[in-house]
Design a protein around this ligand. Structure first.
Ligand SMILES: [Zn+2]
Length: 225
């Protein structure tokens, strides 16, 4: 049986979510995201879920070992036996090592790490240009790519448009600094292991998708050989 054990890497705003959804459809892979797992295990009241909840209730970060335990459980479980797509994990080198160990424990290994690359300046212009309707947050515009007819006014209901705090340039730059500090060693790690595949995230979502899909299809063929 050939497996596709994939992780998806890329900075915030690179369009990972879109690509993850499409890959899941293309290859029938379960998409495993840390946030979803955490929420479902807490809701189900599993042992790890209860442990995580104690940290969250205390306003603390859930430690890596708890997250890794949950991911390992999830990977060993039914629908992920033939492969998975991990999004939002690993985030740092320690988590990557823990994932490698967990996979070898299951007699499996990673097939590839897919990296969607976009420069910081490009991300800032994408994210900082967003404007959101104060009345309905699903009314989203972009001052450059999808501007409203009248500046700072929602086309659909005439309400004011605002920039969310998360979309301010300083906030984005800070998130990107954190991303680079944590993820660069990770990228290096997968590059050395020969697992890294890079994609040009400046292209349109459709073009990125076509490239990623072709690469993953090739990987699957190679796994079958
Ligand atoms: Zn509106």
């Amino acid at each position: 049986m050939s497996e596709l054990n994939l992780i998806l890497l890329g900075p915030p705003g690179a369009g990972k979510g879109t690509q993850a959804d499409r890959l899941r459809e293309d290859f029938g892979l379960p998409l495993i995201s840390t946030g979803d797992i955490l929420r479902s295990q807490v809701a189900e009241g599993t042992e790890l879920g209860n442990e995580a909840k104690r940290y969250m209730d205390a306003g603390e970060l859930v430690p890596d070992q708890v997250i890794v335990g949950m991911i390992t459980d999830r990977i060993a479980h039914g629908d992920a036996r033939d492969g998975f797509l991990l999004d939002g994990f690993p985030r740092n080198r320690e988590q990557a090592d823990a994932l490698d160990d967990a996979l070898s424990g299951l007699d499996r290994r990673l097939t590839a790490a897919l990296l969607i690359e976009v420069s910081d300046d490009e991300l800032v212009s994408r994210l900082a240009g967003r404007r959101v309707c104060v009345k309905n947050p699903s009314h989203i515009y972009h001052i450059q790519f999808d501007p409203p007819k009248h500046e700072d006014v929602c086309d659909q209901d005439g309400s004011r448009l605002l920039q969310r705090d998360d979309d301010r340039e300083e906030t984005i730059r800070r998130r990107l600094e954190v991303y680079h500090a944590q993820t660069e060693p990770l990228i290096d790690h997968y590059d050395r292991a020969g697992l890294l595949r890079r994609f040009d995230g400046r292209r349109s979502p459709d073009e990125v998708h076509a490239h990623v899909r072709a690469t993953v299809a090739t990987l699957r063929l190679e796994e079958k050989l």
